[in-house]
Design a protein around this ligand. Structure first.
Ligand SMILES: Cc1cc2nc3c(=O)[nH]c(=O)nc-3n(C[C@H](O)[C@H](O)[C@H](O)COP(=O)(O)OP(=O)(O)OC[C@H]3O[C@@H](n4cnc5c(N)ncnc54)[C@H](O)[C@@H]3O)c2cc1C
Length: 295
């Protein structure tokens, strides 16, 4: 007796979708079985607005479905419409729980008890469900999570991201907008990450440590304030104190505050002017405050 399908494809990630689009194009009788109610569950679970990187761009046997670097939302949209127009036969909420038999006469079982027969099977279920969980005391604590849906749900928190491959880096960068984020890494570089992600996190770390500061006059003394000290360690946000901009103390503070940048130290004329304002020679100023700007 002929099988129900020439090919049963299991899983609608990039691999399964590509197989289904190819099968449709070649007129092969097929069905793609997806456990969830939508295609691409792995990509669906990426953090909101994540930029999906598209490397390698050339894959043997790839279908015509478009694959380029774009946001998670754009990838989901373009693959949903691409798969529809490719004529792929997809069944959602169809979780495969068993496969029996052999080539030419497989029997595929679904949760719920239904079965179907297939000549061949493409198993494209990805690696989700096999989480690399922490194996340390506290791993079960409810503050430990393995999924980031929407980075904007977190504001003003102290967050540690453990492991900085591509996913860790993307999570850390997205969370750092509104939180204080520490990354915990076994290496002092990012060898497992894509070069673009490694460059982004290096830039973010450098920016966080950016040298520079302000020299203020407090109680008649010059007091250096590194830029980093302006943020509240609790929230990571810049500390704000409201002042009366009409007051004489504000005008004095504005007169006597020196904002120091790394390039100020490399420009002899600028350095001379700043040092003069502080009543010091250029050399003495650099010796005393140069560290603030990494000099
Ligand atoms: C957080 C994160 C970020 C990533 N970022 C990128 C990136 O920017 N660029 C990139 O190229 N790659 C990225 N990847 C990797 C990429 O997601 C995977 O390489 C890709 O999804 C694998 O495709 P796949 O088709 O093999 O499986 P998957 O995409 O994992 O799809 C498997 C599908 O099978 C379904 N399924 C599972 N079990 C069953 C079952 N029993 N019955 C029916 N259906 C089932 C699932 O619901 C799912 O829809 C990232 C991965 C993660 C986790």
């Amino acid at each position: 007796m002929a099988a129900d399908f020439q090919i049963v494809i299991i899983g609608s990630g990039p691999a399964g979708l590509s197989a289904a689009a190819h099968a449709a194009k070649k007129g092969v009788k097929h069905v793609l079985l997806e456990a969830e109610s939508h295609i691409n569950h792995t990509i669906f679970k990426y953090q909101k607005k994540k930029l999906v990187m598209a490397t390698p761009e050339i894959l043997p046997l790839r279908s015509d479905l478009e694959f380029k670097e774009e946001s998670r939302e754009e990838v989901i949209d373009s693959w949903t419409s691409g798969t529809n127009s490719a004529g792929a036969n997809i069944r959602f909420n169809a979780q495969v729980t068993s496969i029996k038999g052999q080539k030419g006469e497989f029997v595929v079982g679904l949760a719920g008890g239904e079965t179907m027969t297939a000549e061949s099977i493409v198993l494209a279920i990805g690696v989700q469900g096999n989480l690399n969980t922490l194996r340390v005391p506290g791993a079960e604590w409810d503050k430990v999570q393995y999924q980031l849906d929407d980075p904007d749900e977190y504001q003003g928190e102290q967050i540690a991201v453990i492991g900085v491959g591509d996913a860790g880096i993307e999570n850390a960068l997205a969370l750092a907008t509104n939180n204080v984020v520490s990354v915990i890494n076994t290496a002092d570089d990012f060898p497992r990450a894509k070069p673009a992600n490694a460059a982004l996190i290096r830039a973010a770390i450098d920016k966080g440590d950016e040298p520079g500061g302000m020299i203020t006059i407090q109680g008649g003394h010059m007091v250096p304030l590194p830029f980093g000290s302006f943020s509240d360690p609790e929230t990571g946000r810049v500390r704000i104190r409201l002042v009366d901009v009409e007051s004489s103390s504000y005008r004095v503070a504005r007169e006597y505050m020196i904002r120091l940048d790394r390039k100020d130290l490399g420009d002899p004329e600028k350095l001379r002017r700043i040092a003069t304002a502080a009543g010091l020679s250029s050399e003495a100023f650099r010796d005393r405050y140069g560290y603030l700007a990494g000099g």
